[in-house]
Design a protein around this ligand. Sequence first.
Ligand code: ZN
Length: 278
Amino acid sequence: MILKTQAIVLRMVPFSETSRIVTWFTADHGRLTTIVKGSQRHKSPFLGQYDLFYTCELLFYLRLHQGVHIVKECSPLKTRPALRSRWRATACASYFSHLVARISPPYAPHPQLFRLLNTALDALADSQNFETCLYWFELKLMAAMGVAPQLNECLKCKRPLNAMKDRSCPDEVSGKPACCLPLPLFSCVRGGVLCGVCAGSSGDKLEKIAPDVLNLMRFWQQARTWSSARISRCSPRQFREVERILGMFLQYHLEVSLVSRDLALEVVQHRTVLPASP
Ligand SMILES: [Zn+2]
């Protein structure tokens, strides 16, 4: 059976001198692996038709019992050349692809995750706000996977935490100004924030989360599009706190702790000296 779908290249490895194994994240079938036979030959019709981070239209022979399908035709819809020439964008795109490959089981369609990856790769190709884009992508990915951290209300007493926007506002439960209450704390195990009152009686291991960082994460989580999320401006302290909290959350709830995340952050935070662009 021949199937047609849109697909993003996640990974490519040589299979022989002339063929490649390509892992895709597809719009209709989730993650799948194909062989592209003869793609490295001089006159192959596949030359230039696919590469890392491309979104392609893919025609393939379904061979479910073999595990590796055969590509019949492939044509690029988005090539995103900036993701192969700008080092910081490349590092982030590699992390995004790696993360999606790790959390998506084969043949499990997830159109929302496909659209998110497609949009996030476009954002990287067209932006300089790499670190913001990375955390925005992680928060949106958690939501797509059903493990979004609860940032709007206390997980225990359901007290709204929007008073954090203005610490002089009265708390809805106690009537006291929010600034008189202990600060909320983040519980990785419970999956979100506990108000300062509940945090005191909880036996959980809790993490500090500054009110401005909580607001920032909530803003990214609620931003409908990357265009609205990208306008935020963050200090290095805010970035470090978000990095730590989201890293722990990913590890606990999606069981991923990827070297590609560390590398991407090292590069976008300018901790690695990069070769000059050509
Ligand atoms: Zn509470």
